[in-house]
Write a protein that binds this ligand. Structure first.
Ligand SMILES: [Zn+2]
Length: 71
């Protein structure tokens, strides 16, 4: 069935990007300079605040904005 195949492909894609995101977060937290895939600006770790309990990884433009509670 075509629909089942598409769904499986979608799940695979999601799992891959989830793992990529985790790897990226680890690198940034380790002090590596990682560039945003969209704007090619360095990603920064933002410390936890009242708004962001776990902190986040973000570029200056905001096209990359990852909450750390998924780790
Ligand atoms: Zn960006």
């Amino acid at each position: 069935m075509t629909n089942t195949k598409m769904f499986a492909a979608f799940n695979k894609q999601t799992a891959k990007s989830f793992n990529d995101q985790k790897a990226l977060i680890k690198k940034v937290l380790a002090g590596r300079v990682i560039l945003c895939e969209t704007c090619k600006q360095p990603l920064h770790f933002l410390s936890p605040s009242e708004k962001d309990v776990a902190g986040r990884i973000r570029c200056n433009k905001g096209c990359t904005d990852i909450e750390l509670d998924i780790v």
